[in-house]
Design a protein around this ligand. Structure first.
Ligand code: GLV
Ligand code: MN
Ligand code: MN
Length: 387
């Protein structure tokens, strides 16, 4: 993060922006305008393990390209543009998502500061080491003044646009998600001497649970559920596993359905543990409800898509995005860019140069449509209640 923040700061400055880093490590580039209001563009710079090149980064780069274009032409808008490159959207290290954007909007939950990474380092400590301030991240750090809105460009990470032969599409809503930590504890023992009948094998309990996760999600329409990580202790070929820890990621466009699946799986984990003489641990690390995008801002974005000669398709996003957090602070909209075979969170992630060009064109038009609204005194944004 230190390295990427340095590199991207340089690009932001070259594009005429004043750059600051906030209390948690989000990079904020500001291109001043003639008025007080601010339109925010952005996405995230962190990524997953064995990732592709475009998830998050593409949105930051498209935003910088739009500002670079204004700067090269010496053009000032009737409002300021801020490009925010969020930190830790993916949540790999602490099993939670949206760290940077939740701090940005003032919605960070203090209880998360005590979460530990795989090495036992707390989130509070990690923020401190990175140069941030764990006490003040709870306050939030948005200095944008009156926000007109937030617009994020992101690769689709799914196959819909490719199937429809469209370079870009507009997000209707972002699906809700739950992130959990689940643990099974049995008893470690000698692999050669303990009879099968008397074992309390934590990994066997976890294995049974993983297959139950798959079965249960298939039964619940619209649901997807993933165990992406599992660790086994003590972790030796001749020792019966005494402990197994796994991650659980649940998504659904319908919050009630997601909560139902979560609760059923908790009951199942307890049942499996009991049937094997094991204990189980169930830790809800994060709950994010489904978030509809702002209809006014999305209509403006659709107009920009149509003006570029592309039919405007609205689709829901199965992936989580920083826009889901920023929507609590300001009207939010998202533009998705077609990606090859819908593959993402994989080094094979790929986008076409022409599609990126199409996204930049749409965003430039969107920026000027917002300018027209500001000039006419009918700007889309307003500070929302509850910040
Ligand atoms: C973010 O990439 C997510 O997991 O949806
Ligand atoms: Mn991602
Ligand atoms: Mn992403």
């Amino acid at each position: 993060m230190v390295e990427v923040n340095n590199v991207v700061s340089g690009w932001m400055r070259e594009a005429g922006m004043a750059v600051r880093r906030d209390v948690v490590g989000n990079l904020v580039g500001r291109y001043e305008g003639a008025g007080e209001k601010t339109l925010v563009l952005g996405s995230h710079l962190d990524t997953v393990r064995d990732a592709g090149k475009y998830d998050g980064t593409l949105g930051v780069m498209v935003a910088i390209a739009c500002v670079q274009d204004l700067h090269d032409r010496g053009q000032q808008l009737p409002y300021a543009l801020e490009v925010v490159a969020f930190a830790d959207e993916e949540g790999l290290r602490f099993g939670t998502t949206f760290l940077g954007s939740s701090v940005y909007v003032g919605a960070f939950e203090e209880r998360l500061l005590g979460l530990e990474d795989g090495d036992g380092v707390t989130l509070a400590e990690a923020v401190r080491v990175f140069g941030g301030d764990p006490e003040s991240i709870v306050e939030g750090d948005c200095e944008g003044g009156d926000l007109l809105g937030y617009c994020e460009v992101h690769i689709e990470q799914g196959p819909v646009l490719e199937d429809l032969d469209l370079p870009v599409g507009v997000v209707a809503a972002i699906n809700g998600q739950s992130r959990l930590g689940v643990g099974f504890a049995g008893e470690a023992g000698h692999a050669g001497t303990v009879p099968m009948e008397t074992r309390r094998d934590a990994l066997c309990a976890a294995g049974e649970f993983v297959l139950e996760v798959e079965r249960a999600a298939r039964r619940e329409p619209g649901s997807v559920a993933t165990v992406g990580k599992i660790s086994v202790l003590p972790g030796a070929s001749n020792v019966i596993p005494g402990e197994a820890e796994l991650s659980l990621d649940l998504r659904n466009p319908d919050d009630a359905a997601r909560e139902r699946l979560r609760d059923n799986l908790e009951a199942k984990a307890s049942e499996i543990a009991a049937s094997r003489g094991c204990e189980h641990r169930w830790q809800v690390r994060q709950e994010t409800p489904a978030v509809p995008m702002d209809s006014d801002l999305s209509t403006l974005l659709e107009r920009a898509v149509e003006e570029s000669g592309v039919p405007a398709k609205r689709l829901s996003s199965g992936a989580g995005h920083d826009a889901a957090q920023v929507a609590a602070l300001a009207p939010a909209a998202m533009l998705l860019v077609r990606c090859e075979r819908g593959i993402s969170h994989n080094p094979a992630e790929s986008v076409e140069r022409e599609d990126v060009g199409a996204a930049i064109e749409v965003m430039r038009d969107f920026i000027s449509l917002v300018s027209q609204r500001v000039d006419a005194g009918t700007e889309p944004g307003r500070m929302q209640e509850g910040r």
